[in-house]
Write a protein that binds this ligand. Structure first.
Ligand SMILES: [Zn+2]
Length: 295
């Protein structure tokens, strides 16, 4: 990677919005066709993301699941004040660059070290487990410290429905609450937020969220960015421990995207799942009881 490219990756989100080589400007693409019309590698690539993790009992791709019991993921994000939350690339994004680290031990036992860049959201989820989609998916984007140009992205799901969050409107998720999504929604004029950026005075409780995650099961595969230009540079780490949240917390995301006629004619900011094309999907353990197939 050239020094210029490295510099571009390190620039703050609002600047990368116009100049990042990894992500095309969000003015040139949208979710009106859920990504079917995106050009280049998004059409022709054979290692694209997101995917459905083939966990359903009759999923023909179940043979692609390979057990890799030695896999492990550890994330460390020190508390920081003043994180900036922005609306960029048709998502809500928080800058978590600076201090912190992600360490991923892959299926071969190779230890990869990564440095945090940003986190952002898709609603509904992009990845699926056994054909199940969730209300919200967070992507924490890291850049590899070992391989130039390689990224590691950790996926965490949130869902307010009863089976994940219990009855009575679910539990409020303090991490989601800290992102102040409602402030963007409150500023909406004619279906679109009028504020583009705000900073969080208090700390972003990301570490507290990550410490609670059950990583006794994780999935890993090699794929791509899920937005143009769909570069196939991502080592994906999926954590299937679905996090609880309140109904009104997901409604704030949906107000900007799925429920806004201005956004994508009723679609959210999720790309459709992509073919596995013979890739292996590594599981820390292969589920003994496959998920029932959704009817
Ligand atoms: Zn994403």
């Amino acid at each position: 990677m050239s020094p210029v490219l490295i510099l571009l990756l390190l620039l703050p989100p609002l600047i990368t919005a116009v100049s990042s080589p990894l992500q095309a400007s969000s003015t040139t693409w949208n979710y009106t066709l859920q990504g079917k019309d995106w050009p280049g590698l998004c059409q022709t690539g054979l290692r694209q993301s997101p995917i459905n993790v083939p966990l359903a009992h009759d999923d023909g791709e179940r043979a692609q699941l390979k057990e890799a019991g030695g896999m492990d993921v550890r994330m460390w994000h020190p508390y920081q004040k003043g994180n900036v939350v922005s609306l960029v690339h048709n998502t809500i994004q928080a800058d978590v660059s600076g201090l912190g680290q992600m360490v991923f031990v892959n299926q071969h036992g190779t230890v990869g070290q990564y440095e945090p860049m940003q986190l952002h959201f898709h609603a509904p989820s992009e990845h699926m487990y056994g054909g199940k989609q969730y209300e919200l998916e967070m992507h924490i984007v890291y850049k590899s410290l070992d391989i130039e140009g390689k990224l590691g992205v950790v996926s965490v799901m949130f869902d307010s429905r009863e089976e994940y969050s219990g009855v009575n409107n679910g539990k409020s998720n303090t991490f989601i609450e800290s992102l102040k999504v409602r402030e963007f929604v409150k500023s909406m004029v004619n279906g679109a937020p009028s504020i583009q950026q705000l900073s969080i005075e208090n700390e972003l409780p990301l570490m507290r969220l990550l410490q609670r995650l059950d990583t006794s099961q994780i999935y890993h595969y090699d794929g791509s960015l899920t937005t143009p230009v769909c570069s196939e540079v991502v080592s994906w780490v999926l954590i299937p421990d679905i996090q609880a949240m309140q109904k009104d917390q997901i409604q704030y995301f949906n107000a900007m995207w799925k429920d806004s006629p201005q956004f994508a004619n009723g679609y959210g900011n999720n790309r459709l799942t992509q073919p596995i094309n013979g890739r292996h999907i590594y599981a820390k353990s292969i589920p003994i009881n496959p998920l029932p197939t959704n009817s």
